[in-house]
Design a protein around this ligand. Structure first.
Ligand code: PHE
Ligand code: ZN
Length: 994
């Protein structure tokens, strides 16, 4: 299925990025020829690492309670790489950095939690009764028992605290803004009761208990539970929860909690209550509660062992018609996890609630997932193919957390990738199986390259398992999620599907019901397969994207083909020296007819291993050679098939002819696409260099002239695109991606002192040249893929593929800016019967200057003014537009009635969207930067997490030219020195300046 609105591939990337605010395709293109995947033997002597030539890529004691974490004692640990502590300058109000190396088990654990919520319009009262167990072991004689320090938050008012049934008097405890300290505790087990008062209606941070659209809801990951009551707010405290909720019945008819409904009933004064009990021990970050006026749609799923599970989605009444796709996606997810991993759902009820105000994408609370409404609600008229696909992926992701995250959870937050990397990998595989594996892989790699690689090369670079943080919220990153998923994929590639499944089975067998570490995961994979994975373990400790350098040598006399592979990882903050990591190189060799030749790998002892036609080399030294025998003619190598490792690969001496050959013939669809990307990258960088040599240019015309003078777009390049467009064996979604240029972000990595508007104009020049020369092909594809009149919308792979290629062609044609084409786009915009086509046409029109743009935007607003999710699109399109002088329009949108600064989605669409416009955010006069600086400080007074995501727009400042660097830096300095700044924003801004 096609998940891409074809208008601009870069827009896909942007949209995906937002889906992981955290927090997410062609049939017939499976890599069917990847027949034999067996780990190969490493041959060749390890030598000292040589710096590859690059494209500028330089750069846990005694008895613990049953629920406590099991440490990786009997199993090997991921090797430690030396780290210098990445110390930060002091924040004016003194935020504390936490370090992974400081992990210590807590002196007490909690086995059961009884919560009683009295929800009110003014005050909400929470009574929490904890059963506390000692975890401090044997004390020396005369030694005092340790204090119990419970986490809290400024806006949580302590009303009463009692220990073992005795209320404590004022002098008997200590309470600060962040902590409640209890001393002189009784020996053995005891009860603690804490009563707190909250004002959820004033909680604009959307962490803890808050209100959204009049309903009560909670968000506790990572450290939001302390915003509800004083608690040991850390994931290695796993307890059983019972929750009683009491509220006014008319205003809050629906009362939901984790687990099973045990009791409910009416109370005096129009009030009612419900009691929920969760039989599974869980960390507090998985606690959830919802109370409100909600409508529900229900389906049922019979599990593999024959249990009936009720699946319910709760939304506001007017949205009840938009939940079928999410329900269907949930059923598919449940079935897939049974079939793929043997994992069955463990309760009789699974609830999803959609809320409009949510900082991230969605949250996997035990049996009560809470979703950002944009990841639940869909109808053909209001949601695009990309939205449908994201909903399927995120519903899957949250469901899959029930095993990877909830049943087995993280010991501490430094281990976040243990659950997130693994669950993203699982949702990627789910999507690949439901739709097209190749298209999904390409999409994921595009996002990784354009956004995670950038993060990993900048000042916020961190290992997938970070060493330190001030605010954990800031570490829900592309690195932890997406690179983390790539690292999980390394095990899968090396061990094969069966080996991976064995590792997963052992992981659950060892750790079900426990809070564990990344070391434990690696150990389960290694032990289940009886292999050594130490060098894979280094991926958890080292930041930065490794460089892989490959040179090839064909010896006609001996008919051998030798690959010499070198690797290095550039230094990053606090890590100067990096060790070689395990890079699985999946490869094939193409013979003269374009078919794969058999791979016969020679071992160090002269033995030969038959790898079939696609093999996996285990490369884990600074340098190694691999020799294949019986290669009759010099082959064209297809390396890193399926992007088998998240590295930057340079193939020495790779020619355009070889890339064109791969683009035409490679049996690995990923590498076919990749060859086209490499060609386009070379061309774009060459044209950029030529355009930049002519000095600053801020208009498309001058840039175009310079590009033309530098040779323009060669016929061979146009010919290759023509061949892809005309290839009847290729699916439309794949085609759409194959004729899309690498993103500006991706290219920026190879440009010193980049000028973003100039780069934008160069890309647009190439698009326009392609459109000029391929016009007949593009027009034919639009006609061939157009809907038949009256055809209803279907979210199927085939239907999505038609829309993808059609809309991609339209976007290319629109670059011609011919009145006739613009008129056609206006007609398509007016006549569109689904949001995919409507927004595709509108996004073309928004890039044009003139009255058509304004008319289209006004009519779209008018049509959808009561559809808040569609208005997000309307805001986002305007914000990201590269139409000249658009800063003024974006400024005016802040005051538009459709814009609500307290709603995260609104801020993400408008501000983050704006931050992705190469032309207007990066306007040469600094007006874009000033606007964003103001917005960060304003939003920080409302919601720290959202503001911290916004300030990231400045993190890449060192990539740009001197003038822009100075202006961006001065915004960061202004932000860092702002009185009352949140810890969230402080952490990102101060690290960016380092
Ligand atoms: N754990 C959520 C996910 O990845 C993301 C999330 C993190 C949501 C923190 C809210 C707060 O599925
Ligand atoms: Zn997740």
């Amino acid at each position: 299925m096609l998940l891409i609105r074809s208008s601009q591939l870069s827009k896909l990337i942007r949209a995906r990025h937002i889906s992981f605010l955290p927090n997410a395709l062609i049939r017939g293109l499976q890599s069917s020829k990847s027949s034999c995947v067996s780990p190969a033997v490493l041959i060749g002597k390890p030598e000292k690492l040589q710096q590859p030539k690059q494209q500028r890529l330089s750069s846990r004691f005694t008895p613990c309670s049953a629920q406590m974490a099991t440490a990786a004692t009997d199993i090997e640990e991921i090797p430690e790489i030396q780290h210098e502590e990445h110390k930060l300058p002091p924040h004016p109000t003194g935020p504390q950095q936490k370090f992974r190396k400081d992990y210590a088990p807590p002196p007490y654990t909690i086995s059961t939690v009884h919560l009683n919520f009295i929800l009110g319009e003014e005050t909400t009262t929470v009574t929490s009764r904890l059963h506390v167990l000692p975890n401090y072991g044997l004390l020396e004689e005369g030694a005092a028992r340790p204090a119990l320090q419970l986490d809290g938050r400024k806006d949580v008012k302590l009303v009463r605290v009692a220990v073992a049934g005795n209320e404590l008097a004022a002098g008997q405890y200590m309470v600060t803004e962040k902590q409640l300290t209890l001393n002189n505790l009784p020996p053995g087990e005891f009860e603690v009761e804490v009563v707190t008062e909250l004002r959820p209606q004033d909680n604009s941070t959307l962490e803890g208990l808050y209100k959204s659209s009049g309903n009560f809801c909670t968000q506790c990951e990572a450290e939001g539970f302390r915003g509800i009551t004083f608690f040991l707010d850390r994931p290695d405290i796993m307890a059983k929860y019972t929750t009683r909720i009491e509220a006014d019945e008319a205003n809050y008819p629906v009362l939901l909690g984790n687990g099973n409904l045990k009791e409910s009933g009416k109370l005096e004064g129009g009030r009612h209550y419900a009691v929920w009990e969760d039989p599974f021990p869980k960390p507090c970050y998985l606690f959830a509660l919802v109370a409100g006026k909600l409508s529900m749609k229900e389906r049922s799923f019979t599990t593999c062992s024959g249990r009936e599970v009720a699946l319910r989605i709760f939304v506001q009444e007017n949205n009840l018609g938009k939940v079928d796709h999410a329900l269907e996606s949930l059923i598919k997810s449940m079935k897939w996890d049974e079939e793929t991993f043997g994992l069955e759902y463990d309760l009789d009820l699974f609830n999803i609630v959609a809320v409009d105000d949510f900082n991230m994408g969605a949250m996997e609370n035990k049996s009560l997932n809470i979703f950002n409404s944009r990841l639940v609600l869909a109808s053909p008229e209001t949601a695009t193919d990309l939205d449908y696909s994201r909903i399927e992926g995120v519903v899957g992701h949250e469901y899959f957390h029930n095993w990877t995250g909830n049943r087995v959870t993280c010991r501490d937050w430094f281990q976040l990738t243990l659950k997130e990397g693994l669950t993203v990998f699982r949702d990627q595989e789910f999507t690949a199986d439901m739709n097209s594996r190749a298209v999904k892989r390409i999409e994921d790699v595009m996002m990784l390259r354009s956004s995670q690689f950038t993060e990993d090369a900048g000042p916020m670079s961190h290992p997938i398992r970070p060493e330190s943080y001030i605010k954990m919220d800031n570490f829900y990153t592309l690195t932890v999620y997406e690179k983390g998923a790539e690292v999980v994929r390394l095990y899968d590639t090396l061990l094969g599907k069966e080996g991976f499944r064995k590792g997963m089975d052992l992981y659950f067998k060892r750790h079900d019901g426990h809070a564990v570490t990344c070391d434990d995961f690696l150990a389960a994979m290694a032990d289940a397969n009886n292999v050594n994975l130490d060098t894979l373990g280094r991926w958890y400790s080292q930041a930065g994207t490794p460089n892989l350098h490959v040179s090839t040598l064909y010896d006609a006399a001996s008919k051998t083909y030798t690959l010499t592979c070198k690797q290095n990882t550039p230094p990053s903050a606090g890590q100067d020296i990096k060790l070689p990591v395990l890079i699985p190189i999946k490869l094939g060799l193409l013979g003269p007819d374009g078919a794969d030749v058999p791979l016969r790998l020679r071992g160090p002892d002269g033995s030969v291993t038959d790898l079939g036609t696609t093999g996996v080399l285990r490369f884990e030294e600074a340098e190694s050679t691999f020799t294949f025998e019986g290669v009759e003619v010099e082959p064209v190598p297809s390396l890193l098939r399926g992007f088998s490792a998240p590295v930057k690969m340079h193939v020495e001496g790779q020619t355009d002819e070889q890339l064109l050959f791969l683009l035409a013939h490679d049996s690995d669809p990923f590498n076919r696409w990749e060859a086209g990307q490499r060609l386009a990258r070379k061309l774009l960088l060459k044209l950029y260099a030529a355009a930049a040599a002519g000095g600053g240019a801020d208009n498309a015309k001058d840039v175009g002239e310079r590009c033309a003078a530098a040779g323009g777009v060669p016929d061979a390049f146009v010919g290759a695109y023509r061949a892809v467009l005309g290839d009847e064996t290729l699916d439309g979604s794949f085609k759409a991606m194959a004729v899309s240029l690498p993103t500006g972000n991706e290219l920026m990595d190879a440009i010193e002192g980049a000028d973003p508007p100039l780069l934008h104009h160069v890309r647009m020049y190439v698009v326009k040249q392609l459109a000029l020369q391929l016009r007949p092909e593009l027009e034919a594809l639009v006609a061939a893929n157009d809907d038949k009149p009256g055809e209803p919308y279907h979210f199927t792979a085939a239907a999505c593929a038609h829309r993808a290629i059609k809309n991609r062609c339209l976007a290319m044609l629109s670059s011609l800016e011919e009145p006739e084409i613009t008129q056609m786009l206006l007609n398509r915009f007016k006549d569109a019967t689904n949001m995919t086509d409507e927004i595709a046409a509108l996004s073309c029109l928004v890039e044009l200057a003139g009255p058509d743009r304004d008319v289209a935007l006004a009519s779209f607003y008018d049509k959808f003014k009561d559809e808040p999710l569609v208005l997000l699109k309307w805001l986002g399109l305007q914000a990201t537009s590269n139409a000249p002088g658009n800063v003024a329009l974006v400024k005016s949108l802040v005051d538009h009635p459709a814009f609500n600064v307290t709603n995260p989605n609104n801020c993400y669409s408008l501000f983050l969207g704006f931050g992705r416009s190469p032309v207007n955010f990066h306007a040469a006069d600094g007006s874009g930067y000033a606007f964003m600086g103001d917005a960060v400080l304003r939003v920080d007074t409302i919601n720290h997490q959202v503001a911290a995501r916004m300030v990231s727009a400045f993190t890449t400042w060192r990539q740009y030219d001197k003038e822009r660097q100075a202006m961006m830096r001065s915004q960061l300095e202004r932000i860092v020195s702002h009185p009352g700044l949140s810890e969230n924003v402080f952490e990102i801004a101060s690290k960016s300046l380092k």
